[in-house]
Design a protein around this ligand. Structure first.
Ligand SMILES: [Zn+2]
Length: 136
């Protein structure tokens, strides 16, 4: 069973297509949540670093921030997380590059991840370098 984020979600959304057993350890799920209407307005999945190619791919936060900038609403919140193989939600902190991006566009207070059944900020003081940066 796939764990559903601990949010009140009024629209029908499926997370099944975002969960891929093969790549779940590296995939980051992102959603844009309208906190006023309690609906998910957009969702997607990205791999921090492609397994088969050295080129770094677009991070979840990048996609989410891009969407929020194009479709701005002050009610939008960004949530990111990973699924483990069992389908449980795992906390995901933003990497160093995404933290800078979030600060640049003033989204640092609107990006969250989940810790147990609670949400917490995905922006932390000493953000980890992404896997790609570590390998380069
Ligand atoms: Zn990142």
């Amino acid at each position: 069973m796939l764990e559903i984020p601990p949010l009140l979600i009024k629209n029908k959304v499926s997370f099944e297509k975002l969960h891929d057993i093969e790549s779940c350890n590296v995939s980051v799920i992102w959603i844009i949540y309208n906190k006023k209407k309690k609906v998910i307005v957009n969702q997607g999945r990205s791999r921090p670093c492609g397994v088969n190619h050295r080129k770094s791919s677009i991070h979840a936060e990048q996609k989410a921030i891009e969407y929020c900038r194009k479709n701005y609403s002050r009610n939008y919140e960004i949530y990111i997380w990973r699924y483990n193989k069992a389908g449980q939600i795992k906390r995901k902190y933003s990497c160093y590059a995404c933290t800078l991006l979030a600060q640049k566009y003033n989204f640092s207070n609107n990006i969250y991840t989940f810790y147990g059944s609670r949400r917490c900020s995905a922006i932390i003081n000493n953000p980890p370098l992404s896997l790609c940066y570590q390998m380069n």
